[in-house]
Ligand binder design. Sequence first.
Ligand code: SF4
Length: 328
Amino acid sequence: MILAGYATGASNGVIFIRHGHDGPIERAKAAVRDAYKLGLLGKNILGSSFSFNAEVSLVGESYVAGEETALMEAVEGKRSMPRFRPPFPAAYGVWGKPSNINNIKTLSYVPEIIAKGAAVFSGVGTERSKGTAILCLTGAILRPGMLEVPMGMTLRQALEGLAGGVPGGKKIKLLQTGGPLGGVLGPEQLDTPLDFDAMARAGAILGSGGIIVADDSVCAVDLTREIMAFCQFESCGKCFPCRTGMTHMVEILERICRFQGTAGDLQLMERVGITMAAGSLCGHGQLGYNPVRSALRFFADEFKAHIEKRCPAGVCTGEYVVPSRTRR
Ligand code: SF4
């Protein structure tokens, strides 16, 4: 971040971390303290004319605070709701100053690229997706956690090879990739390389590398309902296509899981999704239909079975189940 500040002529840096991530918060605070002690932060860094200050800023639980303009609102101590754009952060950012916003992962590559040259970095990965991907694996996987792999490695190599596959000899039924708004992939897509273009072609996104692995015991419709309930819970409420669209989508999915859905409900969700994409202010609402669209693409038969009052995985019983995100 100091190098980014030097390159852009900035005077202040903010490391933004979600409250509750105690390990990263303590490490970031210690790194800032150490940098000041070593003369790498503050006035006239290493005797140069460049001065730069840095601080760690925390935000409460908010998924949408990861959106760059909502993030700036949070840093300024306001409710983390996205801003209208333009103006863009490069012109009017934190405290109204021009701001450059990057993921810590991106910034972490910079010192090595400067020290060893761009060729070393671009020597890893694929033609259009360079470097490494950091995967965050959860769900039905033997070795969950963070995994850094070269771009271009296939999902199968990472999940079945490095992470040990599904415990108990079960099979992967689906992957939820790129976070809740990313998309669902079926087992046929396991040989997809981990690069941005290949993942997009397969119908999902790599995003920041989050992957939830589900085995045969999971119902694709129920999982979609849980994901949409999370998205609805996290909608900041600023614009109504997202606020009411998410709620409407969850209601429809709950109906389908209770075996009260109709074939028309699938078209209704699509219409709601198109409206959300067209009328929402930020990516949260614009991509809000993604989980349903991709689940329908790979698991249309399961949706159809629920409309015929059957759950092939034996998860949905026709009873109402409160989604886990709203139980908190
Ligand atoms: S799209 Fe959703 S999360 Fe984004 S600003 Fe609108 S209401 Fe908030």
